[in-house]
Design a protein around this ligand. Structure first.
Ligand code: ADP
Ligand code: MG
Length: 247
């Protein structure tokens, strides 16, 4: 079953065509790794899915709802409903610095969803435990390492019970020795069949964890396939050249 269906997506910034006719599906339980050179449109694509960017054409369908269809957006209320099904984790964590770890997790469920305190508290404790940070609940983000901050960001995204988690280079801002702990959390989520789309430069991780790898270059999806297809038998020169540089 498709959770996200993207077809003929177009996005430009002024004269710059950043997404040119991008189409792909993400099915339930898929882990899709998105790879490609810097500037190829990976972040813009991900941000478009959650309405952080508005596209100029094409369609994004989330489960059975059209976020945008042939360039025409749903109503603001519908957009909120649709984007609430997706959680996003950014390269630079985007934690609220003036809130403790626990408060970072609990803010949206309490304020946006108006969930009862007890349920929210129980879930934040569970999720902090899951990402190995139970003892940091009352710390402020400034006291945490980059790897810990990113694990908090993942737990915070999970608080909203998303149907899909989107990651934009979750380990790119981290020192190499801290990437492992973040990738471990994502691997664990994959084992639990969380549907995920992960923009990453970690080719080893993509190969090991993703069921599907999508290569973007210059605003286009050049090819997509299993890790074996893409890494061992790339079909296009551009993919080969990129992999040659990246591996
Ligand atoms: P990637 O994530 O693959 O590195 P991006 O989606 O961030 O690529 O960027 C794709 C292109 O769009 C780049 O040329 C970038 O400079 C440009 N771009 C991204 N965001 C903006 C913006 N807000 N305004 C103008 N140009 C942008
Ligand atoms: Mg990017």
């Amino acid at each position: 079953m498709a959770i996200i269906q993207v077809s003929h997506l177009k996005k430009s910034f002024g004269p710059l065509d950043v997404l040119k006719d991008v189409s792909f599906d993400v099915n339930k339980n898929d882990v899709v790794a998105v790879i490609g050179p810097s500037g190829s449109g990976k972040s813009t694509m991900l941000r478009s899915l959650v309405y952080l960017e508005q596209v100029n054409g094409g369609s994004i369908r989330v489960q059975d709802d059209d976020l945008v269809r042939d360039g025409v957006y749903a109503s603001p209320q519908k957009i909120k409903q649709i984007t609430a099904k997706m959680g996003m984790v950014f390269q630079h964590f985007n934690l609220f610095p003036h809130l403790t770890v626990r408060e970072n997790l609990e803010l949206a469920p309490r304020v946006v969803k108006g969930e009862p305190d007890e349920a929210v508290r129980r879930r934040s404790a569970e999720l902090l435990d899951k990402v190995g940070l139970a003892e940091k609940a009352d710390h402020y983000p400034a006291k945490l390492s980059g790897g810990q901050k990113q694990r908090v960001a993942i737990a915070r995204a999970l608080m909203m019970n998303p149907d899909i988690l989107l990651f934009d280079e979750p380990t790119s801002a981290l020192d190499p020795e801290l990437t492992g702990e973040v990738l471990q959390v994502i691997k664990q989520l994959a084992r639990e069949h969380m549907t995920m789309m992960v923009v990453t430069h970690e080719m080893g991780f993509a190969r090991e964890v993703a069921g599907k790898v999508m290569f973007m270059d210059n605003g286009e999806v050049i090819e997509a396939g299993t890790p074996d297809q893409l890494f061992e038998h790339p079909q296009f020169e551009r993919t080969k050249a990129f992999l040659h540089r990246a591996l």
